[in-house]
Design a protein around this ligand. Structure first.
Ligand code: ADP
Ligand code: MG
Length: 208
């Protein structure tokens, strides 16, 4: 799905100062592409992702996802996060330490009140996909960094979002694991784009 960002500004106020985290940002992200935001620390990458996902409320601007306006300060539109159909994987995996792998991945479906048997089959399918089959009962804290990252990925994928946002998902992994996981991630995303809609224009990912 295309994401269109038009004139988005987000200011923070701290210690009597105004911090212009986003200053009139406009960009379009085409559908079915892996699109990367690059820039130095503090330039506003996380803030932009949080605005897209609905965790921040911009001071001005408009955001469209797949043709639907999810934010418009002018038209007074703010679609809450849970209705934007997005998945997000954060820099710190943000998986719940008190839950096992199954419950971490099942959580987005449980909050949507999906029937239990469907939850079970979707979680199992997603865990197979991220190669964590058989880890269902493992406490989340008893996993390696790479495995925790896969749990976070599975949780972002389980509700079959049309867009997944990643905020430096590999920066907490050591160099070797980062390289491996980067490759895996590309394979996962390519498969996902190919599976998700065979009729739409997904050639960018499916036929690199
Ligand atoms: P990046 O992800 O590119 O490193 P951020 O989006 O996290 O950058 O931050 C952009 C700017 O906004 C930085 O100057 C940062 O200090 C500031 N900032 C981010 N979050 C807050 C906040 N909650 N309160 C005040 N300032 C913030
Ligand atoms: Mg950041």
């Amino acid at each position: 799905m295309e994401i269109k960002i038009t004139n988005v500004s987000k200011y923070y106020y701290s210690g009597g100062k105004t911090i212009k985290a986003l200053d009139n940002v406009s960009l379009s992200i085409p559908a079915n592409q892996i699109f990367t935001l690059l820039g130095p620390s503090g330039c506003g990458k996380t803030t932009l992702l949080r605005c897209i996902v609905g965790l921040e409320s911009p001071d001005s601007g408009e955001i469209e996802i797949g043709g639907d306006v999810v934010l418009s300060t002018e038209k007074n539109i703010f679609v809450p996060t849970e209705n934007r159909g997005l998945g997000m994987v954060f820099q710190t995996y943000a998986i719940w330490p008190h839950m096992n792998v199954f419950n971490n991945v099942a959580y987005p479906l449980q909050t949507r009140k999906v029937p239990k048997d469907i939850i079970r089959s979707k979680v199992e399918k997603t865990l197979r996909f991220v190669q964590l089959e058989g880890f269902e009962d493992r406490p989340a804290t008893k996993l390696s960094g790479g495995q925790q990252q896969r749990v976070a990925l599975a949780r972002a994928l389980v509700a079959e979002p049309k867009v997944i946002l990643f905020d430096e998902p590999l920066s907490n992994l050591d160099a070797k694991l980062r390289e491996e996981t980067r490759k895996d991630l590309r394979v996962f995303l390519t498969e996902l784009a190919c599976l998700s809609d065979r009729t739409s224009d997904h050639r960018d990912l499916c036929d690199p």
